[in-house]
Design a protein around this ligand. Structure first.
Ligand SMILES: [Zn+2]
Length: 304
């Protein structure tokens, strides 16, 4: 079971459920996030940490925030050791030819990307702020979450996104094949890494699910023209990413996440039973596919 203070489906997700039948659309990671292609408004600001050639694996780098809000996120990332924790966990699971930077940086947009040229996973402070604004919203009873809880959720969302970008990185570095949309494949790797871990990382998966639910709800406020364009994007729609993530986490352990499924006896569940029925099989296929692709690079895990 997930031991976490916050409920599985906060207000943001509940909103999404209402909207889901209207096929909400949108992107959390814009099309401009193609590996290596994204423009960065602030280039190569001095780092508080720098990677050296003898370092292996993922190496955290905190760049100075260039706006007051980005400075706050920089301080949060530093104080909470968000990137240190991500790097340590990723390095315990997957071998990458290092050093590969995980860089918290200024972008002038809400985004993250794998930068093949610099060999960096770049996570924008603005993306953290976008998630923070979502997680700060009061629940349906008007209760505002505590600052610590918001911080934890921002860290969780950052995990979900960075492991998505790690998927792009290993596909690029190891020249791995993908069938279907790469964006979906790397979401699957992110869920897989988080779901097959301890309660903290499972909580991070839930944070990411809640973020997609909230972003999907916000998409509904856009005009129809904006929404139509989102169908052309390489990413699945935010609402689809919400249901995919929920399905795959549920599929990783259906007994533990039984309350996620919506049916007659559990009308508050977030995942329609029509999708839930195949989620365990979906997750097993995801697990097998990534285990096959990454077989030479996966590090042995302690037996639980
Ligand atoms: Zn992506």
């Amino acid at each position: 079971m997930v031991h976490r203070n916050r409920p599985y489906a906060p207000a943001a997700v509940a909103i999404t459920l209402v909207l889901a039948t209207a096929c909400s659309s949108g992107q959390g990671e814009p099309a401009s996030a193609d590996p290596g292609s994204r423009r960065l408004a602030v280039q190569a600001a001095p780092s508080t940490a720098s990677s050296t050639a003898d370092e292996q694996g993922l190496v955290p780098v905190i760049e100075p925030g260039m706006t007051p809000q980005n400075k706050k996120e920089e301080q949060f990332f530093t104080r909470a050791k968000v990137l240190d924790d991500i790097a340590a966990y990723a390095n315990s699971r997957v071998e990458v030819p290092g050093p590969i930077g995980i860089v918290a940086t200024n972008c002038d947009e809400e985004n993250a990307n794998w930068d093949s040229f610099r060999r960096q996973i770049r996570f924008c402070y603005e993306f953290a702020t976008k998630a923070r604004e979502l997680f700060q919203q009061p629940d349906d009873k008007g209760h505002k979450p505590a600052a610590k809880e918001v911080d934890d959720s921002v860290a969780g969302f950052t995990n979900g996104i960075v492991f998505h970008e790690l998927g792009h990185a290993v596909i690029d570095i190891y020249d791995l094949p993908t069938t279907g949309k790469e964006e979906d494949a790397v979401d699957q790797l992110s869920v897989l890494l988080l779901a097959t871990s301890d309660d903290k990382h499972i909580g991070y998966a839930i944070d990411t699910i809640n973020a997609w639910g909230g972003f999907a709800a916000a998409d509904e406020a856009k005009d129809s023209g904006q929404r139509l364009d989102q169908y052309a994007d390489e990413h699945s729609l935010n609402a689809q990413r919400f249901f995919n993530w929920a399905c795959w986490l549920y599929g990783s352990d259906p007994a533990a996440y039984e309350s996620v499924v919506r049916n007659d006896s559990n009308p508050d569940g977030v995942l329609p039973s029509s999708r839930a029925g195949n989620c365990e099989t979906e997750f097993q296929k995801i697990s097998k596919a990534w285990a096959t692709l990454l077989k030479p690079y996966l590090k042995p895990q302690p037996v639980k």
